[in-house]
Design a binder for this molecule. Structure first.
Ligand code: NAI
Length: 476
């Protein structure tokens, strides 16, 4: 049996909560405590309404909570009692000082390292689960080692164990991960610590899917994995623009290209652009790392992924405005979906925020419906890029999609919620101002079906024939 009996996780967010629920569920012999400095959040974790929505999460939390899964605000005690401590705090893009808008902000990670140094009271394995730049483990270790100088009962090993779960499928991803990655120091003590964490995961993850590497490889692999995923989206989105101009259909192209086993068919859906708290932040973190290393060509290459994403959002908003006869001022536009993807209530960096911002600049009246996102969350996000006055005046939020679409000039689909496909679009069409347009930013609908109802239809990466531009002629 392994040495880990008590785990504490600092950070009760989208990663800390689900990850620890899964460990508690799969390892009845381990007591798992999740702590957070946000006491309101801890109260929610202990209540009937969890602070985050993930399919399957609630069942597991209800099953394990109070048995071997605990949510607590007593950070010092939980640190003291743990054998192993996960750091799963947020590492958002820095909004000030050096690296502003590019580098990840490590102040939360550092403050946890300092709490651990202060309260450990004995040997600990410290695991960075937050996504961090290469060499962050060294900084954590420097802080911890400094505490050892004055207290020789302390001993620390720092491991890198990045999380690869995707929101919306977090519980599935955690139960059956493609791989678990653990990086550690190449020393006797380092190997022991790696083995202890391997042992935890081995309770449910096949051994061959647990990869161990040196610390830096592990840290870098997380950034690279997200950069590759984001790059695929930007690649297919760049192709969507060619499709719209030529009459090629991006879904057909993706299908044909994805059949190549070297390329694969996953993650090839064209859309209004990626969102979420990770892709942009982690690509920017990689770009910043490259710049710090004077690898400017490499930085430029990856920065293109972000540029295409911003361009795609802008392009989609511009198309809406153009197709609504170049004026949306005072027109009601229904927005279906505000979360950054389906099956989550998370709105961080959602493309919806950016598309709405462009429409609000043109004074459109926006009527939003999302099955999981709360109104105050939408207003908070929109308020970050548009003045609160404007948001108050121009944005309304509906709990019924039919009401949102009533008297609207257009519907704009920004999240791929399955339920959007099930509505009665004939009824919706009848209730709208005509000509009524449908802008499909997620490729949920078939052009022919929507056109036969009467909609003017605009889908990412597909073009009505009259709009296609070039044939054999030289590009102008
Ligand atoms: P989150 O913002 O949902 O949760 C972080 C939590 O840490 C917050 O509740 C915050 O109050 C708490 N916190 C911050 N500083 C603290 C401190 N000093 N002491 C105690 N609590 C503190 O963030 P999320 O989404 O869970 O992400 C955490 C990390 O995991 C990030 O580095 C992220 O890049 C990474 N990650 C996120 C994924 C996701 O899908 N959200 C997937 C994979 C990795």
């Amino acid at each position: 049996t392994g040495v880990v009996r008590r785990i504490t996780c600092v950070g009760a967010g989208y990663v800390g909560g689900p990850t620890c629920a899964m460990i508690a569920n799969k390892c009845p012999h381990i007591a798992v405590t999740v702590v957070d400095m946000n006491t309101a959040k801890i109260e929610e974790w202990n209540s009937d309404k969890l602070p985050i929505f993930e399919p399957g999460l609630e069942e597991i939390v209800k099953k394990c909570r109070g048995t071997n899964l605990f949510f607590s605000s007593d950070i010092p005690k939980s640190i003291r009692e743990a054998d192993l401590i996960f750091i799963s705090v947020n590492t958002p893009t820095k909004m000030y000082g050096k690296g502003k808008g590019m580098a990840p902000d490590l102040k939360y990670v550092e403050s946890v390292a300092r709490s651990i140094a202060e309260h450990a009271g004995g040997p600990k394995i410290v695991v960075e689960k937050s996504t961090v730049p290469v060499k962050a483990a060294e900084s954590i270790l420097s802080i911890l080692r400094d505490a050892q100088r004055t207290n020789n009962t302390l001993a620390f090993q720092v491991l890198s164990n990045p999380e690869f779960l995707a929101e919306g499928t977090a519980m599935k991803d955690l139960a059956n991960p493609d791989r678990v990655l653990i990086g550690g120091e190449d020393s006797e003590e380092g190997k022991k610590a790696v083995a202890a964490l391997v042992e935890v995961y081995s309770s449910w993850v096949p051994r061959e899917r647990i990869i161990t590497t040196n610390t830096w490889s592990s840290e870098l692999s997380k950034l690279v994995a997200n950069a590759f995923l984001a790059q695929r989206i930007s690649s297919i989105n760049s192709v969507s623009a060619i499709c719209e101009a030529t009459g090629a259909d991006v879904s057909e192209v993706a299908h044909a290209v994805g059949f190549d086993s070297r390329i694969g068919n996953k993650f090839l859906n064209a859309s209004v652009g990626f969102g979420g708290s990770c892709f942009q932040k982690d690509v920017l973190s990689l770009v910043y790392l490259c710049e710090s290393l004077h690898l400017n060509k490499v930085a430029e290459y990856w920065h293109g992924v972000i540029e295409i994403n911003n361009w795609q959002r802008r392009r989609f908003a511009d198309q809406i405005i153009a197709e609504l006869f170049n004026t949306v001022a005072g027109k009601k536009i229904a927005v279906f979906g505000f979360a950054f993807k389906k099956n989550t209530g998370d709105t961080r960096e959602s493309s919806a925020i950016h598309v709405c911002k462009h429409l609000l600049e043109e004074e459109a009246n926006i009527a939003i419906y999302d099955p999981k996102v709360e109104e105050k969350q939408m207003r908070m996000e929109l308020g970050l890029t548009t003045s609160d006055d404007k948001v108050d005046k121009l944005v309304s939020v509906f709990s019924d999609p039919y009401e949102a679409a009533k008297d609207a000039h257009a519907i704009v689909v920004l999240t791929e919620w399955d339920e959007f496909k099930t509505y009665d679009y004939s009824r919706i069409y009848e209730s709208m101002v005509h000509p009524a347009a449908l802008f499909d930013g997620r490729l949920l609908f078939k052009r022919k079906e929507m056109e036969s109802i009467g909609f003017r239809f605009f889908g990412i990466g597909t073009a009505p024939n009259h709009l296609t531009k070039v044939g054999f002629a030289a590009p102008s």
